[in-house]
Structures are given as structure tokens and as C-alpha cells.
Write a protein that binds this ligand. Structure first.
Ligand SMILES: [Zn+2]
Length: 424
């Protein structure tokens, strides 16, 4: 097999490409440079917009693109960057099959870098490929922008979830919208306000004024938490949509109420001198917040022991678990169970649960809609967990736009395939 043929296969070059030569520079780390060109065609495509355009000139001569490493060697592709005369963009560097416009990396290399940035983080990807963090960040933006130009994530929506996500300490939030059908994130923006939610509906309707053609009128369900800044805008912009309350958020409220009861009991015990009992209660925190089915046998017996050791705590724990059960019931049974639950919670003499009962009464219609339409598949929960993982891996984000890019790449299905998976 000739070297050029080996290079074609090993470097994953497509049939439109011709290998002209190669050179191995044997330094500390070997460097392989491979000269290539696109097979001769009369017309090329504009690198910016992709439409066919006539030859303009040879451009600025040779250009180099970093390609996927070959064993111990780094690899560069070298080619003349000729220009075409695009009807819309003017003289522009012609599109090449191996790289995105205005990138110093090949498409395959860039996809690999972005893949590593998503599964790990940008710094890890930068270290792995010996490029700068900024270069990794630019690659992520380029890949996400290209992918977003290819698909319309806001098309055909019938059920969505609107939620907020923290990106930085000090109450900095993003608003994130998910599609209940695919489970994917479809939109995200900085801020959590009526204006932010309004921007989502602006994007959804894209300037359409005919009510019959507005995409917001096709929305049947919107789930969210109890936030008024979401609910008022939804009621205004998608008045026909049924508003549901995310199960995830309701259970979250109950968990918070239970934790308040635990803290209050802990303080009582500390004051009355039950130091060891107080310490025990502090250690109980994570046991009580977890779901019953996720507890170990030993942890379950600790919770059962509460029935005699601390009646108030046990009552709070029962209320949390019973509320969780209601969301697994059929709508009629759930409605009856909710009546019982509200009565029990109101009489519980546990201030946080008395308050929670009031909140749940206020949102009862939305909660029953959630149960009736089975929009309880934990989309918000799983997306929140993944978004939290992205944030942790990056050790936080200073720039909300960078966070949004990573969320869209990972959770909107825009992540690139591994280069060898998409090679043709
Ligand atoms: Zn163009």
C-alpha cells in the first residue's frame, strides 16, 4: 500500500480530497504535515453561506489546520485556501470539506475536542490536545452555532417545561425550556424574569401575528414551578395551554418542609440539653431527604425508630412520602388522597407542613393537571441533574453564554458524533 493511500485512510480524508505530499518533522514530539487539495472543480462553495460561487483568486496562499493526532505525532493538514466570489458574501475563502469556516482546526479535530469538553470539561480537553482553553471554548461555540443553524428546536412543540437554573453564586440564573416529548433542552437564556420568559415566546412565534399560525397556540401543556414570573407570562402568551406543576418541584417543597421540621427539633433538643440526641438528628438529614426506596436496610430501621423517638419528625417524614405516592396514583384516587393529605397536613401541628398545605391548595388545579396528563416523567429533574453536572465539571461559569452553549451541546442533542462515527 502506498503511503498516500495509508494517509487517506488513517487521516479519514474524504474522496474529494487528494494527498499531494507529506513531511515528518522529528522534534521532541514528531509533527506530521500532509499537503492536500480538493479535487479540481470549476466552481466552489462559499465558506460562509455554502452556496455555489465562481473562482475568485488563490487567496493568501497556504493555510494549515490542526488535525487529529497520529500516534505520538501531532498532525497538520496544509492546503491552498483559494477564494470564490459569492453573490451574497463577496470574495470569501472557499469551503473545504475537512474544516469549518474560519477555524484553525479540522472538523474532525474540533468535534473530538468538543466531545471531550462535554464529557469532561474544557480545561481537560485543552490539556489533552495541548491547545488553549480559549481555543476549546471557540470550538464549542462554533460547533453549537453550526448545529443550531441546522435544526429548529422550537418546531412542533406541544408540551414544554420552563425552569430556572443557577449559574453563579449570588442569584445569577438562567431560564431553561425543555420539550416534554423528547426530554431535550430547546431554549435557554440569561435571567429569570417575565421579560426572559417573554423572549422565549418571541422566539417561538418568530414575529408571526396571525393567531392561527402562531406556534404558541399549539402548546397544550406547560409545566413549571409555582413562580409567578413564569405563570403570568404563560397565561398571557399561551392562554389555551394547561399549566401543570412539576412533580419535581412539589416533592422539593415537601423535602424542604421536612428539613425545616428536623432543624426545629434539633434546636429544641440542643436547648433542652439532649446533646447526643441533637447530634443524632443532625446526622439524620440526608437519610430523611432521600426517597424511601433508595435507603439501605439500616437507614430504613433508623427512620422506623423515629416513630417512637421523635413523633414530630416521623409525622413530617410520613407527609413527605405520602405526597410522593399521590403522584403515582390515577387521577381519581390521587384527588381523594390529596384531600386526605391536605387535611392531615393542616392538622399536623408542623408549621412548615401547614404552610405547604396552603401552597398546595393554591396550586391544586395545576397539580391535578400534572397527575391527569402524566407529565411527571422527571424531565426537569433529569435535566437539572445533568446541567448541575456540567456546572460542576466546569467548576462554575462566569459567563452565562458559555454555560448556555454547553447546556445546548449536551442537552439539546447538538453534540457532534465522534469523527469516525460520521466518516463517509
Ligand atoms: Zn456566501
Amino acid at each position: 500500500m502506498r503511503v498516500k493511500k495509508v494517509l487517506m485512510a488513517v487521516l479519514g480524508l474524504c474522496r474529494e480530497t487528494v494527498v499531494r505530499g507529506w513531511e515528518l518533522d522529528d522534534g521532541d514530539r514528531p509533527r506530521l504535515a500532509v499537503w492536500i487539495r480538493v479535487k479540481v472543480r470549476r466552481r466552489g462553495r462559499c465558506g460562509r453561506c455554502g452556496q455555489l460561487a465562481g473562482f475568485y483568486d488563490q487567496g493568501g496562499g497556504e493555510r494549515r489546520w490542526r488535525h487529529i493526532d497520529v500516534g505520538f505525532a501531532t498532525c497538520e493538514l496544509v492546503a491552498d485556501a483559494r477564494r470564490v466570489d459569492c453573490a451574497d458574501c463577496g470574495p470569501t475563502v472557499a469551503a473545504v470539506p475537512w474544516a469549518r469556516h474560519d477555524s484553525a482546526f479540522t472538523r474532525a479535530f474540533e468535534d473530538l475536542v468538543v466531545h471531550d469538553a462535554i464529557v469532561g470539561n474544557k480545561q481537560a480537553a485543552a490539556d489533552r490536545y495541548a491547545i488553549s482553553w480559549r481555543a476549546v471554548n471557540n470550538a464549542c461555540v462554533r460547533v453549537a452555532t453550526e448545529a443550531l443553524g441546522r435544526v429548529d428546536l422550537l418546531d412542533g412543540l406541544v408540551a414544554i417545561a420552563i425552569d430556572e437554573v443557577k449559574y453563579k453564586k449570588g442569584h445569577r440564573y438562567l431560564t431553561v425550556v425543555c420539550d416534554h416529548v423528547t426530554g431535550q433542552v430547546i431554549w435557554a437564556a440569561k435571567g429569570r424574569s417575565k421579560a426572559t420568559v417573554g423572549k422565549f415566546f418571541d422566539a417561538l412565534d418568530a414575529g408571526e401575528t396571525d393567531p392561527a399560525r402562531k406556534r404558541s397556540t399549539k402548546l397544550n401543556f406547560v409545566t413549571c414551578d409555582g413562580a409567578e414570573w413564569i405563570r403570568t407570562v404563560v397565561a398571557d402568551r399561551a392562554p389555551d395551554a394547561i399549566m401543570c406543576l412539576d412533580t419535581f418541584h412539589v416533592i422539593g417543597w415537601a423535602t424542604t418542609a421536612l428539613d425545616e421540621v428536623r432543624r426545629e427539633q434539633w434546636n429544641v433538643l440542643r436547648r433542652t440539653g439532649g446533646a447526643s440526641a441533637a447530634k443524632e438528628l443532625k446526622g439524620l438529614r440526608w437519610v430523611l431527604l432521600r426517597n424511601w426506596e433508595n435507603l439501605s436496610g439500616k437507614q430504613k430501621s433508623v427512620v422506623r425508630g423515629l416513630e417512637n423517638a421523635n413523633r414530630r419528625m416521623f409525622r413530617g417524614w410520613q407527609l413527605k412520602e405520602e405526597l410522593r405516592d399521590i403522584f403515582t396514583m390515577g387521577v381519581a384516587a390521587a384527588s381523594r388522597a390529596l384531600d386526605d393529605w391536605l387535611a392531615y397536613a393542616s392538622r399536623s401541628k408542623l408549621a412548615p407542613f401547614v404552610k405547604l398545605a396552603r401552597t398546595i391548595r393554591h396550586y391544586r388545579a395545576s397539580i391535578e393537571a400534572t397527575i391527569e396528563w402524566r407529565l411527571t416523567n422527571g424531565i426537569a429533574e433529569s435535566n437539572n441533574a445533568s446541567i448541575g453536572r456540567i456546572r460542576t465539571n466546569a467548576r462554575g461559569f462566569h459567563n452565562p453564554e458559555a454555560f448556555i452553549t454547553m447546556i445546548m451541546l449536551d442537552r439539546a442533542g447538538l453534540a457532534p458524533d465522534l469523527p469516525w462515527a460520521s466518516a463517509s
